[in-house]
Design a binder for this molecule. Structure first.
Ligand SMILES: Nc1nc2c(ncn2[C@@H]2O[C@H](COP(=O)(O)OP(=O)(O)O)[C@@H](O)[C@H]2O)c(=O)[nH]1
Ligand SMILES: [Mg+2]
Length: 243
């Protein structure tokens, strides 16, 4: 008789290691909660997509459209360079670059640290432009109110089923570069159908920073969510006063 363990039993003298990924995500959730407490006022949007889907271009356009209506600040993450923050500042948007040093996503602790370097007084909307990637950013809560994911017409309509977690955790899918739809094999109908099989509640808007399609609808969505958050806060303050 050998002392060999059955495959589902622990060998004698060994320990079961904790799943390090899960520990990391637990710690991340803890910091995400601290972010919500530190900045209770602005609406926080976590903007995700593959690299090059048009996040920064959309934000430039969003800043132009919402100028004078609400105050916007952007934290933008990239593995290297401050190019996106420069692009955003060029069109008058307050922006701070988070250089992740090669990391493929933003973690809550990076946002928490960045909050010491931006002034959010009077800011209504804080947008976090995540690192371009449909996998890792999906797992990291950044203390956002909503996650919004861009899917560019040039990426193929099969992505919602291939990268379900990102679409499952998003409130809204923006089909970007809609001006290119006549030239690429991409079915908006199939993309929305697949995304809703993953997440029946996901909203969808087709947008183009080139011809302006859907930009007003996207901006109205943002304004509505900003107002919603403000009125919820007002309501809870009134309830506290009565208690
Ligand atoms: N045709 C088209 N190109 C776009 C659109 N939005 C962005 N682009 C181009 O797509 C490329 C990547 O855009 P960028 O905003 O940097 O993407 P990001 O990496 O997601 O931030 C750039 O060359 C943009 O000019 C769009 O709506 N239509
Ligand atoms: Mg960008």
């Amino acid at each position: 008789m050998t002392n060999k363990p059955k495959s589902n039993e622990m060998p004698v003298g060994s320990i079961q290691s904790e799943h390090t990924n899960l520990n990391l995500l637990k710690a991340n959730d803890f910091v995400a909660k601290a972010i919500k407490e530190k900045i209770p006022d602005p609406l926080v949007i976590n903007l995700c997509s593959s690299p090059g889907s048009g996040k920064t271009t959309l934000l430039q356009e969003t800043g132009r459209r919402l100028k004078g209506k609400i105050n916007i600040s952007v934290l933008v993450g990239d593995p290297e360079t401050d190019r996106d923050a420069v692009r955003l500042k060029e069109v008058g948007i307050e922006a701070l670059q988070i250089v992740t040093g090669g990391m493929c996503h933003i973690e809550a602790q990076m946002i928490y640290q960045a909050l010491d370097h931006i002034d959010l007084t009077d800011v209504d909307l804080l947008i976090i432009e995540n690192v371009g990637n449909l996998v890792c950013p999906a797992a990291f809560n950044l203390g956002e109110d909503y996650r919004v994911t861009l899917l560019a017409s040039t990426e193929g309509d099969d992505k919602p089923k291939k990268y379900p977690r990102m679409f499952l955790t998003s409130e809204l899918m923006l089909i970007s570069k809609s001006d290119l739809l006549p030239y690429v094999p991409f079915s908006e109908e199939d993309a929305v159908k697949d995304a809703r099989e993953v997440n029946p509640d996901i909203g969808a808007i087709s947008v183009s920073a080139i011809n302006g399609e859907g930009i007003d609808e996207w901006c109205d969505w943002l304004l509505e969510k900003v107002e919603e958050k403000k009125s919820k806060k007002l309501q809870s303050m009134k309830i506290q006063q009565f208690n």
